[in-house]
Design a binder for this molecule. Structure first.
Ligand SMILES: NC(=O)c1ccc[n+]([C@@H]2O[C@H](COP(=O)([O-])OP(=O)(O)OC[C@H]3O[C@@H](n4cnc5c(N)ncnc54)[C@H](OP(=O)(O)O)[C@@H]3O)[C@@H](O)[C@H]2O)c1
Length: 238
């Protein structure tokens, strides 16, 4: 644990499901919140009116991001592989380039992202990612390779980053802070299910957890069978 000087945070992709949960958790902690989302999605944040600042615009626009992250101690970024236009990598790049020096930068992605190739995936998981990537390319809606590129750039940066790798998600009430492992394939993660509200909780908690700086935790719900059976320290692989 550590950094407890967080006062102001920026949430990039605030209007999505994960983003809105993060806004809620951040406000509950008393943080000043600035959200960035596409202009047409601003109404999705209506329930937070008066409690946060919304900067409308594409999240991959460096000018929008520069304005939004000014004075922030932390930046929470939802990396989504939408559109075939390097949306995720240019969003990550804008955050890396413009966040104030020393700010905590927390990014979201899925288990398919690997930092050092030491994750082990089931055949079913690999097949599902391949099918999603292919279908996404066919309909020109999803660009999984670009989320990989976004994370490659984050991993290579010398900022105070954390890349939170989410399992399959479900809605439902919070079960508390998810448990995590450095590597997919660790038995603690086998249940492959996290409540979205708790994914958001992990992202916001990471802002003040220095043990997660330059880590890529893969998370799972703390009340899932695998977490209950195997909770322990993070998996260390040689
Ligand atoms: N879904 C899963 O099962 C799953 C599993 C593991 C990890 N994750 C990770 O969790 C995070 C959130 O994913 P989510 O599925 O829960 O989605 P989400 O929170 O609803 O977020 C979707 C985001 O994508 C934006 N978006 C949608 N269409 C877009 C477009 N055409 N161009 C630009 N932006 C667009 C949305 O913005 P608007 O509000 O403007 O539409 C919103 O910010 C991601 O990092 C994802 O990799 C998801």
């Amino acid at each position: 644990m550590g950094t407890n000087h967080v006062k102001k945070v920026c949430i990039v992709g605030a209007s999505g499901k994960l983003g809105q949960y993060m806004v809620r958790h951040a406000l509950e902690r008393g943080y000043e919140v600035v959200g960035v989302c596409r202009e047409r999605s601003v109404p999705k944040l209506a329930s937070f009116e008066g409690r946060m600042t919304v900067i409308p615009g594409p999240t991959n626009d460096p000018d929008v991001i520069r304005q939004a992250v000014t004075g922030c101690d932390g930046v929470l970024t939802v990396l989504v592989p939408w559109g075939v236009q390097q949306y995720a990598s240019s969003t990550a790049q804008a955050v890396l380039d413009h966040a104030p020096p020393g700010a905590r930068l927390v990014f979201s992605c899925g288990w398919h992202i690997t930092r050092d190739g030491k994750d082990t995936y089931s055949r079913t998981f690999r097949a599902a990612v391949r099918v999603a990537a292919l279908l996404g390319k066919l309909v020109r809606a999803v660009e999984i390779d670009d989320q990989v590129e976004a994370c490659r750039r984050v991993f290579a940066s010398d900022t105070r980053w954390t890349v939170v790798r989410g399992s399959t998600l479900e809605e439902g009430e919070s079960q508390g802070l998810p448990v995590w492992s450095r590597y997919v394939g660790d038995p603690v993660l086998a249940s492959n299910l996290t409540r979205r509200v708790d994914f958001a909780l992990f992202m916001v908690e990471a802002l003040t957890d220095d043990s997660l700086v330059q880590e890529a935790p893969a998370i799972v719900g703390r009340r899932t069978p695998s977490a209950l059976a195997h909770a322990g320290g993070p998996d260390e692989r040689a």
